[in-house]
Design a protein around this ligand. Structure first.
Ligand code: IMP
Ligand code: MG
Length: 220
């Protein structure tokens, strides 16, 4: 399988996105223990490291001199957030917000807040961090929740954007990679709470005899 990354500088949107396309991949073989469960590596450790550093540079430039509060959506952002934060050379406060989806699928399931923010965001600039922007429901709900706390402003940052899947319009200011509609795991992201520890992002194999991995079991 070849991994193709096309530069797609989204000038109008104000950010640069790497569009990742699946295809025959060269040079990033799947480690043996994962071959039975994963289709291929979509984004390597090196590509992640490079892109996250670039995102941090953009964010640092935009938030310099502001009272920054980073609010990260649990649990999928764990690795992305840790890597992003260590490159942010800015004074900031950090908090987490928890959201879970119930009721069948990430697309139709009802969203429930499992943890609210505790840091005071009133009058401060919020950077909202999430792992994947899919239908847009999660980011939109979390944004509204934060907006009700009267911050000075909110910008959002996602590592991955499944651009073709959007159902709820939501603005996003920083995007790591635009990806096709495949179910991904690793680098913090899970299927049924597994695979979060992978240092790369892989595409999950469909269950034998079944359809694609159900978004249903993906916990946020
Ligand atoms: P949305 O509300 O449809 O935008 O879904 C966003 C959330 O669904 C993400 O924060 C993830 O937790 C989860 N999700 C969507 N696609 C995937 C995937 O491919 N792998 C793992 N989790 C996913
Ligand atoms: Mg999530």
């Amino acid at each position: 399988m070849k991994l193709g990354i096309k530069k797609d500088r989204g000038k109008a949107a104000g950010w640069g996105t790497n569009r990742v396309e699946t295809g025959p991949m060269r040079g990033a073989p799947l480690p043996a223990p994962w071959r039975a469960r994963l289709e291929n590596i979509l984004i390597t450790e090196e590509q992640l490291a490079r892109r996250v550093k670039m995102l941090a540079r953009e964010i640092q430039r935009d938030f310099r001199g502001r009272e920054l509060v980073v609010v990260s959506v649990l649990n999928g952002t764990v690795m992305f957030l840790a890597d992003l934060l260590r490159h942010l050379d800015l004074p900031l406060r950090l908090d987490f917000i928890g959201v879970s989806s119930y009721g069948g699928s990430t697309e139709s399931g009802e969203l429930v807040f499992t943890k609210d923010v505790r840091v005071d965001v009133k009058g401060r600039d919020v950077l909202l961090v999430d792992d994947i922007l899919d239908t847009g429901q999660t980011l939109s709900r979390v944004r509204s929740r934060l907006q009700s706390l009267s911050p000075r402003g909110i910008k959002s940052c996602v590592l991955l954007d499944k651009t073709s899947q959007r159902r709820v319009p939501v603005s996003v200011d920083y995007v790591g990679f635009a990806i096709p509609n495949v179910f991904v795991v690793g680098y913090g992201m899970d299927f049924d709470e597994q695979y979060r520890n992978l240092p790369f992002i892989g595409v999950l194999k469909p269950k034998p005899g079944g359809i694609a991995p159900p978004g249903a079991a993906a916990s946020i």
